[in-house]
Unconditional design. Sequence first.
Length: 72
Amino acid sequence: MSSEVAKIKQQITLECEAMKRALSGYAITAKHEFIHHKYEQLGHYQDQLSQLVGDQQAAEIATIIYIKSMEG
């Protein structure tokens, strides 16, 4: 795995962890805006991954990281 792919995977992990933390917060409006922004960032990172590994694999990587982050 290239270092670029590893770097993007780390960024996706950080975004997912931030979303998970936001879900346990109190400010609903701010939380919604924050999570929306994080989803946009995830899309950006998935697009970057797509350029390196293809659309299918990028979607799989992003989904696996998202699920692991939300469960863990």
